[in-house]
Design a protein around this ligand. Structure first.
Ligand SMILES: NC(=O)c1ccc[n+]([C@@H]2O[C@H](COP(=O)([O-])OP(=O)(O)OC[C@H]3O[C@@H](n4cnc5c(N)ncnc54)[C@H](OP(=O)(O)O)[C@@H]3O)[C@@H](O)[C@H]2O)c1
Length: 291
């Protein structure tokens, strides 16, 4: 049986999930948010009751989606601890936080979990259009809650990434490495090219073309085949020339670390990494000595 859904926090994530779930036939029973216009708009679009108090959402739903800012999760959980949680569940949608933020409610017999859409919610309308196909991290130690959340993801045409208890920070670190640090690496490359007095527009054109083609290669060929460049050819002369050209200590250290982190992909492709490692070690010793 599908649970009835209550929403606390009519922001981008709360409004998008509530409206999409409503469209797929879920009953949204109550909505709470601090801003009256937001809560009214969402209640109208989902045929839900406007809850005047947080506790009214709990009274009226089996599953509460706590879609508030990360910093507000624990405070609201504490405020809700005196409600009757028997047979009810609550999940937050933070990527970084684990279920420990809901401990006060677990102590009050609630089933607690988290449901993180790995998707950037710029605004409600565009998120509603594009969310289908996204992956959702599901953390749910309770079997009933796990089924409810998996069903929700399926209803949203998404895919489930099950996160073992206590591993949410590692999951989030992985997303940050893939997403945020791609931007960092882009910014580093952009600055290196700007230092050569190259034209800014041409630089961005070169780099966005490379990054887009790389992402497409990852999607079509997967790991390790999407890796191109000197490492994939064991081209030690080119790697040596890069390390000789980079005169910034932190950047040289990062280049060496990233090369070493690429070794598992090279080994999968049958490339002997010993020569490359020797070269990196020599260069690292030189860089450390110079600095
Ligand atoms: N944005 C994303 O791309 C994204 C992606 C995945 C997951 N998430 C996660 O989803 C959650 C919500 O993010 P969002 O982007 O939807 O944020 P948002 O648009 O800023 O919405 C946050 C909501 O939380 C409510 N809120 C904040 N503090 C509150 C408090 N003390 N008491 C009651 N309500 C409070 C706000 O209510 P009022 O406006 O009515 O005050 C607002 O409706 C966060 O945990 C975030 O990490 C976000």
């Amino acid at each position: 049986l599908r649970p009835t859904i209550g929403i606390i926090g009519a922001g981008k994530v709360g409004s998008t999930l509530a409206r999409l779930l409503y469209k797929t036939g879920y009953e949204i029973t109550a909505v709470y948010s601090r801003t009256p216009e937001k809560v009214r708009a969402l209640a109208e679009k989902t045929d839900a009751t406007i809850a005047n108090q947080l506790s009214d959402v709990v009274k009226n739903a089996n599953l509460i989606l706590l879609t508030v800012s990360d910093d507000a999760i624990e405070t609201i959980a504490t405020e809700l601890a005196s409600c009757d949680w028997q047979g009810r569940a609550i999940v937050h949608t933070s990527g970084a936080a684990g279920i420990e933020k809901l401990q006060s409610l677990a102590d009050a017999s609630a089933m607690v979990g988290s449901l993180h859409p790995a998707f950037p919610f710029a605004d409600v309308e565009s998120a509603m259009e594009k969310l289908a196909g996204a992956s959702f991290a599901v953390e749910a130690p309770d079997g009933q809650l796990k089924i409810w959340l998996q069903d929700i993801v399926v209803a949203l045409d998404g895919q489930v990434i099950l996160i073992p208890e206590g591993k949410k920070a590692l999951y989030h670190a992985a997303l940050v490495i893939a997403s945020n640090y791609t931007v960092t690496l882009y910014a580093i490359a952009q600055q290196m090219l700007k230092n050569l007095d190259a034209d800014s527009e041409a630089i961005d054109n070169a780099l966005t073309t490379l990054v887009q083609a790389t992402v497409e290669n990852i999607a079509s060929q997967g790991i390790p085949d999407a890796l191109t460049g000197p490492l994939s050819r064991a081209d030690t002369g080119t790697i040596q020339s890069h390390l000789a050209a980079i005169d910034d200590y932190t950047l040289a250290t990062a280049y060496i670390a990233l090369a070493r982190l690429s070794f598992p992909m090279l080994q999968q492709r049958g490339i002997n990494t010993h020569l490359i490692e020797k070269l990196l070690q020599d260069s690292h010793n030189e860089t450390s000595h110079d600095s």
